[in-house]
Design a protein around this ligand. Structure first.
Ligand code: ADP
Ligand code: TRP
Length: 325
């Protein structure tokens, strides 16, 4: 029989706002598809969110909501480890060790930090060091594969650099990880820009009814008349539609666009229906889980212990390597 060691998957999502279709198709969906027991770890990056959120009740609420979202969307705590980043305080010690092999010039190139500085805003050290904490997240669990959206590639490349620098200096302590892009690494928002919690352009995973309809109907499209043949590849409605339907339905809508006499209003109605159907079971599961919030908290606590045990081991290796154990 095969004696190959199974690869370990790890990824995290910040609890910084309501999760949306970009988070689902860009991240959560593939996390749910990659569940291999102790070799799949998914966590809620609440330490990272401190770089943007300073309301403690809000942070607690959003942290719970991310767990609820994962469980509603099919993450099975018997098949994956779903935990809170803060249940593993070893990460902060590891971050300190990694800081000592990380060049300032590398962090100065980080997009989120650079953006802030370019806009004339002052950044704090938390934001500056964000990529090192993220490297700790990944390295602490001996992760091989980090499934993420496109916007996170730079962070994984930095993690690889940091791991290699540490290994070169202190011996082979860390596994150097790779990223894996989802099939939908870029999901547009209702304004056509990248869908993001912070751009006010998102459609929430659990949106329904009037709110959902309003958002779908306001998706930005070109102003071609109803009769005109249209290019589906240039349309935000089509980009969202094709995320959740069969290849047959995709071809059908493509044809409708190209032959003309098919308006964006038609396409939006079809999209609305598909979003409602696709997420209906997840909305139901969420309502069910909400009746028993202690279950969600128990899952986090139990999984937190498992994650902590793995990280303790790695941290010990790293401490020994630098001469602190
Ligand atoms: P946001 O931009 O809304 O704050 P995050 O940065 O918290 O989202 O991203 C969480 C995960 O979801 C990451 O893996 C990220 O790559 C993915 N993701 C976020 N927005 C999108 C999008 N519009 N398209 C594809 N993936 C996305
Ligand atoms: N920076 C990621 C985001 O904003 C969240 C994150 C933190 C993460 N630590 C991670 C993702 C480790 C993958 C692996 O989406």
């Amino acid at each position: 029989m095969e004696n190959k060691k199974e690869l370990r998957y790890l990824s995290g999502v910040q609890p910084s706002g309501d999760l949306h279709l970009g988070n689902y198709f860009g991240a959560i969906k593939q996390h749910v598809e990659n569940q291999h027991g102790d070799n799949s770890l998914y966590f809620i990056a609440n330490y990272h969110s401190l770089t943007t959120i300073n309301d403690p009740d809000k942070l607690r609420q959003l942290t719970f909501d991310v767990a609820l979202t994962y469980l509603s969307c099919g993450l099975d705590p018997n098949k994956s480890i779903l935990f809170k980043q803060s249940d593993v305080p070893e990460l902060t010690v590891l971050t300190w060790l990694l800081m000592n092999v990380t060049p300032i010039s590398m962090l100065e190139k980080a997009v989120s930090y650079k953006d802030k500085i370019t806009k004339g805003l002052s950044a704090n050290v938390g934001l500056f060091n964000y990529p090192i904490l993220m490297a700790s997240d990944i390295l602490a669990y001996d992760s091989n594969i980090v499934p993420v959206g496109k916007d996170q590639i730079q962070h994984i490349e930095m993690t690889r650099d940091i791991a290699q620098k540490f290994n070169n200096q202190f011996g082979e302590v860390f596994i150097v990880p790779d990223y894996k892009l989802s099939k939908s690494p870029y999901v547009p928002g209702i304004d056509g820009e990248k869908m993001s919690k912070s751009y006010g352009n998102s459609i929430g995973i659990f949106d329904e009814g009037k709110e959902l309809k309003k958002k779908v109907m306001s998706i930005v499209t070109s102003s071609e008349p109803l009769e005109a043949p249209k290019d589906p590849e240039k349309c935000n409605v089509f980009a969202l539609y094709k995320l959740m339907v069969s290849p047959e339905k995709i071809s059908e809508m493509e044809e409708n666009y190209r032959k003309g006499g098919y308006g964006f209003g038609h396409a939006k109605k079809e999209l609305l229906l598909e979003i409602e159907n696709y997420f209906a079971p997840y909305r139901e599961k969420r309502k069910e889980l909400l009746k028993n919030p202690d279950y969600v908290k128990d899952v986090l606590n139990e999984c937190g212990k498992k994650a902590k045990a793995i990280a303790e081991n790695t941290l010990n290796r790293a401490l020994t390597a630098v001469g602190i154990n």
